[in-house]
Design a protein around this ligand. Structure first.
Ligand SMILES: Nc1ncnc2c1ncn2[C@@H]1O[C@H](COP(=O)(O)OP(=O)(O)OP(=O)(O)O)[C@@H](O)[C@H]1O
Ligand SMILES: [Mg+2]
Length: 582
């Protein structure tokens, strides 16, 4: 609402009113209000120390001795909160709510960054992940990549400042998106062990490797460098991040081991060497030498934009005319389409961007909604691909049958996305009397927590698996020797919280997930019915082979057949039965 529309707002500052005695200020209405206060308070007369201060105090047994704030005393306490202070108090929002999860989150943030950096630089990732148990529930996590490295000037802000990164302001599929991840891991380490984060990085063989040890000044959300210098390092380029933290190592479904294993499923192009705290080393060799297809950053699509966002875009845009603004800031808006939007919005295409007021922004939004637009471009999202997904799954889940599906691109809130699903059925390691396992991925990152609140689990529970020959308790995951994979690839994954653990249930996303799972389910049904038919055939063949010789002997005894006649009868019967069996 523009200020001139606020009822009662005076455009001119009124002259300072003459001081009114407190008793007079309190009219009948005010008295009524005061009487309604739960503590049954009265008013405290203004005093010489608090001139003109209208503050409430409490009287009566319940309120005696209670400290009462005034607007002025509250003003003295009101101040800005630094984002790092906020997140150090609310570390659960970032995935550091218990020691086991904290260990996982720290590894995950470093690995996600490494994979993003390698892929942005078109380098096949070679990762080294090490966790050392230092005793007393302390661990040292070291993650090394062969990525492009980080230039010296950026190191402090990347690792020592929350909300600093390269991915937040672009619409491009990547694992990270917020600019919080690695600095939050460093901050958690610092809070629990008092130690800073150590970074070694090198951008080329011609340049020295640098090391920087730093911590975050949480009050100011600023980096503090503790030590830095050059270091001898065996690698030509890449980054190594090491931090100490309080944590807990426990094997199982939500462990670092499982995260690394599932990372190999969704990233068959990555080689990972993982050393667990118990010194067990696992190597996941890459099953393809091909990098995922390159993805482009896109501009937002007009159909997803909200009023407030549009206002900010108008304010920030260097464009002068409305038509130029629409063309430059959005995808799928040509000069002709921009004109059309302006026409539907009843605004001039030549209108100055800087002069568009709030009600005109509303008109513009209406114009956008009424204009038919091409769907957003989809070269900004790259699926894993049906074949690659099966390859990745084969390397960690041995099974009798695999199916996978990549859906065509779709759009939620103007953001393009692609859903993929896969199934692995049967095999030694999968138990038949347990609910299916669900592997959830967002932009190739395994999601191990908050399954119940994730759109993928909701979709998997809504699919009617009984149609595909698998048992299913109503509304839940199916039962059987089954692993279900759901992957969402998008320029912006709508996570339910900053810890990026679950995907929010947008109807468009849930529908795509359901369709992808149903497609896989149909392939599973074909496999299972063929399997059933084969089993039935085997059973019948067994009958024939078990009982026919006895029939031959019986006939010989009963009607006195010679041995050649008996063989002849048995062979004719066998042919007849085999034909009937088919
Ligand atoms: N190993 C690395 N190699 C190269 N650049 C890196 C590496 N790690 C981090 N960066 C850079 O540091 C930035 C900040 O990383 P950070 O993890 O804090 O945020 P993010 O990855 O952008 O988003 P998110 O909070 O979702 O993880 C990244 O955007 C990237 O530009
Ligand atoms: Mg990150």
């Amino acid at each position: 609402m523009p200020h001139d529309e606020i009822p009662g707002l005076l455009t001119e500052r009124p002259a300072k009113p003459a001081p009114v005695p407190v008793e007079e200020q309190r009219g009948p209405a005010q008295e009524g209000t005061l009487r309604e206060l739960p503590l049954g308070g009265g008013t405290r007369p203004a005093t010489a120390e608090r001139p003109g201060e209208l503050a409430l105090t409490t009287v009566g047994a319940g309120g005696r001795g209670r400290r009462v704030e005034t607007a002025e005393s509250m003003a003295r306490q009101q101040r800005e909160i630094s984002v790092s202070e906020f997140f150090s108090k609310n570390r659960h929002l970032l995935g550091f709510d218990n020691p086991r999860k904290a260990l996982l989150t720290a590894v995950k943030e470093a690995v996600d960054n490494s994979l993003d950096a390698c892929e942005d630089a078109a380098i096949l990732p070679d990762m080294d992940i090490e966790i050392r148990d230092l005793g007393n529930d302390r661990f040292r996590v070291t993650v090394r990549d062969n990525g492009p490295g980080i230039v010296r000037g950026q190191i402090p802000n990347i690792f020592g400042k929350l909300l600093y990164g390269s991915k937040f302001h672009r619409l491009k599929m990547s694992r990270g998106q917020q600019g919080i991840g690695i600095s939050a891991a460093g901050m958690y380490g610092q809070l629990t062990t008092g130690k800073g984060i150590l970074v070694i990085t090198r951008t080329s063989a011609r340049k020295p490797a640098l090391f920087v040890e730093l911590r975050i000044d949480t009050k100011k959300n600023r980096p503090e460098i503790l030590r830095e210098g050059e270091v001898v390092w065996d690698f030509d380029h890449g980054t190594e991040v090491a931090l100490e933290l309080s944590g807990k190592y426990q094997r199982g479904r939500q462990s670092v081991d499982e995260y690394v294993r599932q990372t190999a499923v969704a990233n068959p192009h990555v080689r990972i060497r993982y050393r667990a705290p118990d010194a067990a080393v696992t190597v996941y060799e890459r099953s393809t030498g091909e990098l995922p297809p390159a993805v482009e950053a896109i501009k937002p699509h007009p159909h997803g934009v909200e009023l407030g966002v549009l206002q900010v875009m108008l304010k920030d845009s260097p464009a002068r005319s409305l038509q130029a603004f629409l063309q430059q800031e959005f995808s799928r808006v040509s000069a002709r389409v921009a004109e059309l939007i302006c026409e539907k919005a009843a605004l001039s295409p030549r209108a100055y961007v800087s002069r568009i007021n709030r009600s005109q922004v509303e008109q513009l939004l209406k114009g956008i909604a009424e204009t038919k637009l091409m769907a957003p471009p989809t070269n900004c999202v790259a699926p894993i691909g049906e074949a690659q997904l099966v390859k990745g799954l084969e390397s960690v889940v041995p099974a009798a049958f695999y199916a996978s599906t990549t859906r065509p691109p779709a759009v939620y809130r103007g953001n393009p996305f692609i859903i993929e699903a896969a199934l692995a059925y049967g095999g030694e390691g999968q138990e038949g009397d347990q609910p299916a396992r669900l592997f959830r991925f967002a932009n190739r990152v395994p999601l191990l927590y908050q399954q119940g609140g994730c759109c993928s689990a909701v979709a998997a529970g809504h699919v009617n698996w009984r149609n595909y020959g698998v048992q299913q308790p109503r509304g839940s995951l199916p039962m059987g020797p089954l692993t279900i994979v759901v992957h969402m690839a998008s320029v912006w994954v709508p996570f339910t919280s900053e810890s990026k653990e679950a995907i929010a249930s947008y109807p468009e996303i849930e529908e795509e997930m359901t369709l992808a799972l149903q497609e896989c389910g149909r392939k599973l049904r074909i496999f299972l019915s063929r399997k059933k038919r084969d089993a039935e055939q085997d059973r019948k063949r067994n009958y024939i082979q078990t009982y026919l010789p006895h029939i031959g002997v019986g006939l010989r005894d009963l009607i006195g057949l010679s041995e050649p006649e008996e063989l002849q009868v048995v062979s004719t019967l066998e042919t007849l039965l085999e034909r009937a069996r088919d």
